[in-house]
Design a protein. Structure first.
Lengths: 230, 317
């Protein structure tokens, strides 16, 4: 389904919009990468929300009661998320690399690694917001939907930072997608003058993944511990 | 050495105290039933013993293993059937049991035959092709119990094992729990169903507001109720003084209202008390609709030790 959506979006909307955008050589390529980044965000946030739902609905206590060490359990859950992410992104990324004409193992690996890192950061962000879910699942769903919309809208997913009006550009620097999208584009050979400093972008992505996953895990553990039961 | 032991066990959820200094033991190869209303701390205790929750303070040991410092070892010898059957929504019963059996180390050579056997035993074989999300509440609950029957752990925990299950299904589940004990497992069950407790328990622990009120065999608990007989009485019309008058009758230990114009009297020697009671009603011009003499139930045990009825007890968290 995700692959079909990607194909349709690229073929219809991407083709149309690329005829309107000037200033970026072959905007369709830029758009294709942006859409893959948006997919990564969707999958990462879905994984994070899904995990919180498990905790909220009771599957997590079952998993926690199984005769396996906690570290192994969390590693298995993380790996499952990673494999899902890789599978869902494989075809869109392959198509994008073909479209750009940069289908090499190195570019594919570098782009995928960046997308993974971004995915973990986004999943961690959703985990870090999990404390809301234990008070109200509806409020959690509403807040994560709003945060998702803001993070996508105010980012460089669809346009480079230097093309954005100043008020949008400032907000875009707060979005993790800006750093993910720019870093992936750099690895895929886009004009570096349109992109953020790659070291800075990599540092921000790393900080995001480590801090949100760490915070999310701690918060989730404390909240699971604190859930009222009979 | 007891199979399960807690000492001064405390669990707090923020400002709410679920367990308040709980001392409790389960002997090896016995069925211990935790009896208490919702919010009495039963599930909290089970989740602590299953290492899902950590206690706020105090000690909890399973087969001499500390649940806080040796949680992985504890999980290797126990299995828990949860109160709410939460499954893998898009999976079928055999897949769910296969996952559980694999994780719990059931040998591959025995796995499939065991899954088939248990699904048939627990009357889920016909539902084996349904997704978990399409199972009825009772079927989902039976699947939750089936996990433990596949695993056959040395220490098995069941949280309200037959809730949502029909009468025939309840009996099937109870028989399998008893069989599990006969095979050598130590079993801890939390329930607020008196019939389930009476059917299964070797010993009962009455839990109320996070405290162990009393632990003993069903027979000994019933014997502790003064009087020994229970008379259920219904009269045709209301009489404001009747309760007080019944309390004054010789042989009355306690009288409680049990509904409109209905009373439950704990008495010594029902055979001499009932004529006095009918005489009293006759003098008050009250027609007696029904009289029933029974022995105390575990409901009465709970009422006796806590001062409140099991079903009417409010939830405290």
């Amino acid at each position: 389904m995700e692959w079909l959506l990607f194909g349709l979006q690229l073929a219809v909307y991407g083709s149309l919009i690329s005829t309107l955008v000037t200033g970026i050589t072959d905007y369709l390529q830029f758009y294709a990468v942006g859409f893959v980044v948006m997919m990564t965000f969707d999958i990462g946030s879905h994984t994070g929300r899904h995990f919180v739902e498990h905790a909220h609905e009771g599957r997590l206590p079952y998993l926690l009661s199984l005769p396996i060490p906690r570290r192994t359990l969390f590693l298995a859950i993380t790996l499952q998320g990673g494999v899902e992410l890789a599978l869902l992104l494989s075809v869109p990324l392959f198509v994008t690399l073909l479209l750009i004409g940069n289908l090499t193992a190195i570019s594919a690996a570098a782009a995928l690694a960046t997308l993974f890192w971004l995915g973990f950061g986004v999943a961690g962000l959703m985990l870090a917001l999990s404390f809301i879910a234990f008070r109200s699942a509806d409020v959690y769903a509403a807040i994560t939907a709003a945060v998702s919309a803001l993070i996508i809208r105010f980012s460089t997913v669809l346009y480079p930072l230097i093309f954005l009006p100043p008020q949008y550009a400032g907000a875009a620097l707060l979005s993790p997608l800006t750093y993910g999208a720019d870093l992936v584009r750099l690895f895929l050979g886009f004009d570096p003058s349109l992109l953020l400093d790659p070291l800075f972008a990599a540092a921000i992505l790393t900080a995001l993944a480590v801090s949100t996953l760490g915070l999310g895990t701690v918060l989730l553990q404390r909240l699971v511990e604190g859930v009222k039961s009979g | 050495m007891p199979a399960v032991e807690t000492k001064d066990l405390v669990k707090k959820y923020g400002k709410t105290t679920a367990l308040e200094g709980l001392d409790f033991t389960v002997n090896e190869k016995e069925i211990m039933v935790l009896l208490g209303p919702n919010g009495s701390g039963k599930t909290t205790l089970l989740l602590i013993l299953a290492t899902v929750l950590k206690p706020t303070s105090g000690l909890a040991k399973v087969m001499n293993l500390d649940v806080v410092t040796q949680p992985t070892k504890v999980r290797q010898i126990l299995g828990i059937s949860f109160q709410e059957a939460r499954g893998f929504w898009r999976h079928k019963p055999p897949e769910i049991l296969r996952f559980h059996a694999t994780i719990c180390g059931v040998p591959k050579s025995k796995r499939e035959s065991l899954i088939e056997e248990v699904l048939k035993d627990i009357e889920l074989w016909d539902a084996r092709k349904k997704l978990f999300m399409h199972l009825s509440g009772g079927q989902a609950k039976r699947l939750e119990v089936a996990k433990i029957l596949i695993q056959r752990p040395p220490f098995a925990i069941f949280d309200e094992p037959s809730s949502q299950v029909d009468l025939r299904g309840k009996r099937t589940i109870w028989e399998h729990i008893q069989k599990l004990r006969e095979e050598g497992s130590t079993i801890l069950i939390a329930t607020n169903e008196v019939r389930e407790a009476e059917y299964l328990a070797d010993r009962v622990t009455v839990l109320d507001q996070g405290k162990n009120i009393v632990s003993d065999t069903v027979r000994s608990l019933k014997d502790k109720i003064a009087g020994g007989d229970v008379v259920e009485l219904q009269v045709e019309a209301s009489d404001t003084d009747l309760l007080e008058s019944l309390e004054k009758l010789a042989g009355t230990v306690k009288v409680a209202t049990a509904g409109e114009n209905q009373f439950r009297a704990y008495v010594s020697m029902a055979e001499s008390w009932v004529p006095k009671m009918t005489d009293l009603c006759y003098k008050k011009n009250l027609r007696v609709v029904s009289v029933r003499v029974t022995e105390p139930s575990l409901d009465d045990v709970f009422l006796h030790f806590t001062g409140r009825a099991l079903e009417a007890t409010p939830s405290v968290g």
